[in-house]
Design a protein around this ligand. Sequence first.
Ligand code: PLP
Length: 406
Amino acid sequence: MDDYFASDPIRDLDFSTRSVRSGSDRTSFGEHGEAMFLTSSFVFRNAAEAAARFGNQEPGYVYSRFTNPTVRQFERRLASLEEGEACIATASGMSAIMTTALALLKAGDHMVCASAVFGSTYQLFGMLSRFGVRCSFVPLSDLAAWEAAIEPATRLFYVETPSNPLTELADLAGLALISKPRGIHLVVDNCFCTPALQKPLLHGADIVIHSATKYIDGQGRVLGGAIVGQRSFLHDQVLPLMRTTGPSLSAFNAWVLLKGLETLQIRMDQQSANAFEVAQYLVQHRAVARVYYPGLTSHPQHELAKAQQGGFGAVVSFELRGEDDSMLRQRAWSIIDATRLISITGNLGDTKSTITHPASTTHGRLSPQARLDAGIGEGLIRLAVGLESARDICTDLARGLDGMGQ
Ligand SMILES: Cc1ncc(COP(=O)(O)O)c(C=O)c1O
């Protein structure tokens, strides 16, 4: 298993080069495109070889629940792009988060999580109480609150930055200054930026999580996830869990994601540029009370975004003007329903722009109080800007927005 996490021989080359070349592992046929190994198991020359592979005494592939060459190519490429030592891919973003929690926490432990995280992530950490793990939720950008939440049993800090859906940023270097001296693992969900725009490990994070379903695929086709971090952590703590519990990425999905990585940088750059234009359009609209986008100088953490990220990302959220909750929900839904181009769907990261009402979809399972703590009101709409022209996206939004009173 030693060469399972072999480091990238072209690590010193540029990001764009590694996006298309890292991890490629040609077979004896000399194929140019990466091969897709659709096989559940691997055959051995004899029983002794089978025993050696099963017992980890000999490197090589065994069974696709824990080793598959196509999955391996994706893992190597993503590890390189995140500047991590190694990566293990998972079936979805949620399974990456669950597996990381299982690897790092045990009954009696405590963790701290930002209150502004993806709805299912919030639910998952609440569920851990059934297994004796307690989770405190704190405001994402309030470093003093993170420090104050630490207990002797605290083992893990968990953040998304920028957060879903309000694009609030965590100061990663600031968090690492608090977590590192205490031996707390800083786990960062890098879904919104991807390594094309942000590399959390270079800012002090210990582990990076991905929902590869989003921008890494980039075209809304498959589910996938990943855990990136130190080789020893992945080999000793995560790999045995993958082998035993099985939240594994399929070879087909890994192949799609591997291809997604090849265009990641150009998609992120163009989608961020489109998002910036759409955010500027929304800011000046009379029906819009507030726009959340780190690229706007009005974003309270615009300077941090410039320092920590290599671009501002493609998610723009906005709040409508209006008085009470039922009116706001009705307004938000009517803007969503008036679109003809933008897809009404809970996913994001696609080349096709998507729109959703977080309070009744992605964050609908949260209690009203938890939604309030996360700042997700009834008048909030989340837009994930794709590769259509920014002008056409704005025209589509105007269908519902223009007829709206103040
Ligand atoms: C920030 C973030 N993290 C994790 C997830 C979960 O990923 P998946 O849907 O691949 O399980 C999502 C899904 O929307 C997300 O937005």
